[in-house]
Design a protein around this ligand. Structure first.
Ligand SMILES: [Mg+2]
Length: 357
């Protein structure tokens, strides 16, 4: 089966309210879906979203990479697993457009075998039920407490809290959130690189005294500060989750070996798609390090691919909340999103996407 066409479909997904972290604020997710057509009657879908402050990928660089590098690689090519490493080698960095193309190829490869994507990745047949957390954006203590209440009322039992300094402000935010969370909600703190080591110790020590059930603290310090990650991992009473410090299996291995994290956040947009995600998951598993499966603020095609990946590899720590944070997603697929619940049906082929607009 040969690939005969590649189309890019732009989609805008407005958020119910602005998404704010220490790095950025957005109101709309701008997403680029890729549709690969074959001469065998199958279509494969992938997608990516630009996150310039994390991946460095912009709208312009994504479109250029796909048009100028991936179209020539793929159009006329025979569909085979050998295309997957070729996609990674065609360009340095550019992890988001790589992810879009990699997901579309995985969608086709699974469909060609008559399997759902999670089955193709080694997951057992049968419907899958997953649960995601919901994110509370960075804001005033009052705003954050109100948002957390809303998420909990919607049934969420795990909440990610965006923090961002100064450290005294972060402690005030947590003081406002603590009574909302009580002792039962699983709380995931994410500083998005905003702290120093001493800030991280200060905020985490204060948080530990508040009686919340804090599950982890994510990317406390600058992504390049691996010694700082190790220092925080040694000093704080919660598992430290590496996010921006880990884009590749090699980075995961290095950080894990130096004691720089207790968990790794795999995101398809960081590692160039499923091919890279499998490599990171393998390194983490070999070292006894659990993974979170997260995402950027992305449209439904790549979040659906992430859900299939989590189902295939039994990852139950999920941060896949764009479907909940957005006004309804325009997609018909094998996956249904309802609050914290993500349900993957059986019987679909690949991602099971029948319509993206
Ligand atoms: Mg993060």
């Amino acid at each position: 089966m040969k690939i005969t066409d590649l189309q890019i479909v732009e989609g805008d997904f407005p958020l119910k309210q602005p998404f704010v972290t220490s790095k950025r604020r957005i109101d709309v997710i701008r997403d680029y879906a890729v549709k690969l057509t074959t001469d065998g009657g199958l279509c494969g879908f992938g997608a990516c979203a630009p996150t310039p402050v994390i991946t460095g990928d912009t709208v312009g660089s994504i479109l250029y990479a796909i048009e100028e590098f991936y179209k020539p690689l793929l159009i006329g090519a025979e569909l085979s697993e050998e295309l997957l490493p070729a996609v990674q080698k065609t360009l340095f960095h550019n992890s988001s457009p790589k992810a879009a193309i990699d997901i579309a190829l995985h969608d086709l490869l699974a469909a060609e075998k008559g399997l759902t994507l999670f089955e193709y990745l080694g997951g057992k047949a049968g419907a899958k039920h997953l649960e995601t957390d919901a994110t509370v954006s960075l804001g005033t203590p009052e705003e954050m407490a109100a948002e957390a209440k809303k998420h909990i009322s919607a049934g969420f039992t795990a909440i990610k809290v965006k923090l961002g300094g100064p450290k005294e402000e972060d402690v005030k935010r947590l003081k406002a959130l603590s009574p909302v969370f009580g002792e039962t909600v699983s709380v995931r703190l994410d500083a998005n690189q905003a702290w120093s080591v001493s800030d991280a110790v200060y905020v985490c020590s204060a948080a530990a005294d508040m009686g919340m059930n804090i599950e982890l603290v994510e990317q406390p310090v600058l992504y390049t500060d691996l010694e700082g990650m190790a220092a925080v991992t040694r000093a704080v009473p919660f598992p430290v989750l590496a996010d921006e410090s880990v884009f590749s299996a090699e980075e995961a291995e290095r950080l894990i070996k130096m004691g720089g994290c207790s968990m790794v956040n795999i995101k398809l947009m960081k590692c160039g798609g499923i091919y890279g995600a499998k490599r990171i998951h393998k390194v983490a598993s070999e070292n006894g390090i659990p993974c979170m499966l997260g995402c950027m603020m992305e449209g439904p095609v790549s979040v659906t691919a992430a859900a299939h990946f989590a189902a295939a590899f039994g990852i139950d720590c999920l941060d896949l909340d764009p479907p909940y944070l957005c006004k309804p997603y325009k997609i018909e697929a094998s996956v249904e999103y309802d609050g914290k619940n993500i349900d993957i049906h059986t019987g679909g082929k690949g991602l099971g996407i029948t319509k993206i607009l």
